[in-house]
Design a protein around this ligand. Structure first.
Ligand code: PLP
Length: 382
């Protein structure tokens, strides 16, 4: 019997090495990794710049706690907020923790307790983030949940308006629901949220744990909408594989998180910060983000051409193939054929290659996908 809790459904593959988009298992079999560790490896496996940073920083200083000042955290925060309307950053270790910080900040700042979230959202597994998540399967057996959250259908303006009252502190959403099915916020819904927040003095929290750090072709996904969040959360791609999370907020929120209000032992430790800085130095450039958009267009066009019967959804390199049946068997078949994929919900195949993926690797992945998806009209393109 395993010494681990069986809380994950693990695939029978033991990966032992990775370089760029390619990972190798313990039998020497090579796979194209189009999961990126669930949207984490922005620069792929073992990117030379990150390897160098870890080597350099690990010989210098790993951890100090937040008892001491940190010009490195200041620098990383500056890189995150540069050319945005945000003014301050809090560093933590994961997406769920970043969302916990956002929930606490919104409640303390407004003195109100209700936060509106959406069906099929995913915000993490800690108690607050789990209660915020709009998926029953995530809640099962853990009730009663926190009463803070009111969950309404995504992209439904009337249903959203119906739950707004004086007790609402914030609206919290993903611009693209990653776990819930690669569901994008519509321009009309984004406008409605922006209008409601402005007219009612409600804070807007955007969870960019999955969509942030170039994943959708811009630094942050909200930049492609009319939304102007008061609070934004990040994790996953920020560390490129090293655990780090962050919460960004506007200057109005500064005093709410005064000394002693919130904290974490590990958050923003020198090793994590050095790696995240290297990720940003590489990803937050016009050339890199243009390349992500070019690859996205290439990927989308080829998928649409090869799979005319399947809706292709998403943005940048967070794409989804919407299937009529459950996708789990296709994911297993793809794995056997050397392509690692992950589902979004039950009926969407999520495509999350490293942002450094090449067009050739995209072609190879499409070739596998078209060979496993059983539709009339599907054909191999290579
Ligand atoms: N928010 C979103 C949008 C996510 O996709 C995830 C993880 O999938 C989380 C929060 C939770 O992040 P973590 O697993 O780092 O706690």
């Amino acid at each position: 019997m395993s010494s681990l809790f069986p809380n994950y459904t693990r695939r029978p593959v033991h990966l032992v090495e990775g370089k760029g988009t390619i990972v190798t298992d313990d039998s020497g079999k090579r796979y194209l990794d189009f999961t990126s560790g669930i949207a984490v490896l922005s620069l792929g496996h073992a990117h030379p710049a990150i390897v160098k940073t870890i080597q350099r920083q690990s010989e210098k200083l790993w951890h100090t706690s937040n008892l001491f000042e940190s010009p490195e955290q200041e620098q990383l925060a500056s890189s995150l907020i540069k050319d945005t309307h945000y003014a301050h950053v809090f560093f933590c270790n994961s997406g769920a923790e970043a969302n916990e910080a956002a929930i606490k900040l919104a409640r303390k700042h407004t003195g109100k307790h209700v936060i509106i979230t959406f069906e099929n959202s995913f915000h993490g597994r800690t108690f607050g983030a789990m209660s915020a998540t709009g998926q029953e399967k995530v809640h099962q057996g853990f009730g009663p949940l926190l009463e803070t959250f009111r969950t309404v259908p995504f992209n439904n303006i009337e249903k959203l308006k119906a739950v707004i009252d004086e007790s609402v502190a914030a609206i919290m959403l993903e611009v693209i629901q990653g776990e819930g099915g690669v569901n994008q916020v519509t321009p009309e819904f984004a406008q409605a949220i922006a209008d409601i927040c402005k007219s009612k003095g409600i804070l807007l929290i955007v969870d960019e744990v999955q969509t942030g750090i170039g994943r959708t072709g811009t630094r942050y996904a909200y930049e492609q909408t009319v939304l102007r969040p008061d609070i934004m959360t990040l994790a996953k791609g920020l560390g490129g594989g090293f655990p780090i999370g962050a919460m960004l907020g506007t200057s109005e929120l500064h005093d709410t998180f005064g000394p002693g209000t919130h904290g974490t032992t590990f958050g923003g430790n020198p090793l994590a910060v050095a790696v995240a800085q290297t990720v940003l130095d590489n990803v937050f450039t016009t050339e890199f983000l243009s390349a992500v958009n070019e690859k996205s267009t290439y990927f989308m066009d080829k998928l649409k051409e090869a799979l005319p019967a399947y809706p292709i959804v998403g943005s940048g390199l967070l794409l989804g193939i919407v299937c009529p049946d459950e996708v789990a068997p296709y994911i297993t078949k793809a794995e056997q054929a050397g392509l690692l994929l992950v589902a979004a919900g039950t009926h969407v195949i999520r495509l999350l290659p490293p942002l450094t993926v090449t067009n050739k690797e995209i072609d190879q992945a499409i070739n596998v996908i078209t060979s496993i998806l059983p539709v009339p009209g599907t054909r191999n393109i290579i």
